[in-house]
Design a protein around this ligand. Structure first.
Ligand SMILES: *Cc1c(COP(=O)(O)O)cnc(C)c1O
Length: 281
């Protein structure tokens, strides 16, 4: 769950340092950091976890594994599961089914869904916000910061990572002595600022805007091509966030950065099959 390696990576003729949180086990990526607190500590009162979000979410699969290990019931609300996925479970959805997640489709979204789930709280129930946007994730992300702080200072690097809820970027910025750069992949800059504010405000990461507006989870051939090029260069990254991240690294000509690989490879299975069906690749 900690001390992932930092490996060298050459992409489009430039050199980068990569923090390989994708190699963490039994959880991988930033979800390993976010759920570290719950994994490490005892919660005698807790019998179940309730969360919500998309059917493809990496947090969904990681939480199902956490609950399996802990012996907790896991209930997950989502507003839509595509028929294709129901008939052909794969990726994070399959992983969650295997871990006995109770998946409930509900006709609510956004703040209404969030309110609904938050109201289900009782003394035996832990509510985990969408994507793991919770203060408890600070403990694990601080450990990540401690693992890289000396390295980035010694090598004169800034830290870069693409954001969803921004939780990882926020707590990294809080605990690192160097600049943290990020960009929103879900929502826009305003959304990300609001997330930082909800997490406590204060020192926040530098926000870059993506080269163009992408709808989260939608398929874009140019993003697939970047992903494929990265893979051919030697590292498989995630298909939802990282192609937008790497496009920005190039667009803003960022040098001397440590790029945080936040995992997400299980989610690639269903994204790849969607790409294959859409573009016949
Ligand atoms: C969850 C996730 C993110 C987003 O993390 P936030 O802390 O919500 O910003 C980015 N990349 C991958 C691969 C993820 O699984």
């Amino acid at each position: 769950m900690r001390n992932s390696p930092i490996t060298p990576f050459e992409f489009r003729g430039k050199f980068f340092h990569i923090k390989r949180d994708d190699l963490l086990r039994p959880f991988e990526g930033n979800k390993a950091r976010k759920f570290y607190y719950f994994y490490k500590n005892e919660f005698p009162e807790i019998k179940r976890v309730i969360s919500f979000g998309s059917n493809q979410s990496n947090a969904f699969a990681s939480l199902s594994r956490l609950c399996k290990i802990k012996g907790w019931e896991f209930i997950y609300f989502t507003n839509h599961i595509p028929t294709y996925l129901k008939q052909n479970p794969e990726g994070n959805y399959l992983e969650s089914l295997k871990n006995d997640a109770k998946i409930i489709e509900i006709n609510l979204r956004g703040d209404a869904l969030r309110e609904y789930v938050l109201n289900l709280k009782d003394k035996n129930t832990l509510i985990i916000e969408e994507g793991g946007r919770i203060r408890e994730s600070e403990e694990g992300i601080k450990i990540l910061a401690d693992e890289i702080n000396e390295y980035v200072k010694k090598n004169n690097l800034r830290v870069f990572l693409p954001s969803g809820t921004g939780t990882t970027a926020y707590f990294l910025a809080k605990h690192l002595d160097v600049e943290v750069l990020t960009l929103p992949c879900v929502g826009d800059e305003k959304y990300l600022k609001k997330q930082f504010c909800m997490l406590g405000g204060g020192k926040i990461p530098t926000i870059l805007s993506p080269r163009k507006k992408y709808h989260f989870g939608k398929l874009y051939k140019n993003l697939f091509e970047i992903w494929n090029e990265l893979k051919n260069a030697g590292i498989e990254f995630d298909l939802l966030y990282d192609p937008i991240g790497w496009e920005s690294v190039e667009y803003y000509n960022l040098n001397n950065i440590l790029y945080i690989h936040q995992g997400g490879l299980k989610g690639n299975i269903s994204m790849l099959s969607r790409y294959k069906r859409k573009y016949k690749i």
